[in-house]
Design a protein around this ligand. Structure first.
Ligand SMILES: [Zn+2]
Length: 81
């Protein structure tokens, strides 16, 4: 139980760190290292990058997309239709 909480805090801190790095070091290219912590996916609606684990997975028009929020998923689906 405590382990789970610790992992949650760690994931949150990692997410905050990624956000910070993205804001400050815009020019740095993110090389996908093998065994990286979490894969980043792009929200096709707002073009924001989110960790795959936190993204909302939706099937739109036969393709799988990842969204930062339910609202984005719906907005994207409306755009497609
Ligand atoms: Zn979004």
């Amino acid at each position: 139980m405590l382990k789970l909480l610790f992992f949650g805090v760690l994931a949150y801190l990692a997410f905050r760190l990624i956000q910070k790095v993205r804001l400050s070091g815009g020019r740095e290219q993110g090389n996908a290292k093998p065994g990286s912590v979490d894969e980043m996916v792009q929200d096709p609606n707002c073009l924001k990058y989110i960790p795959k684990g936190n993204a909302i997975k939706k099937n739109v028009g036969g393709e799988t997309h990842f969204f930062c929020s339910q609202a984005c998923a719906e907005a994207f689906r409306n755009k497609k239709m």
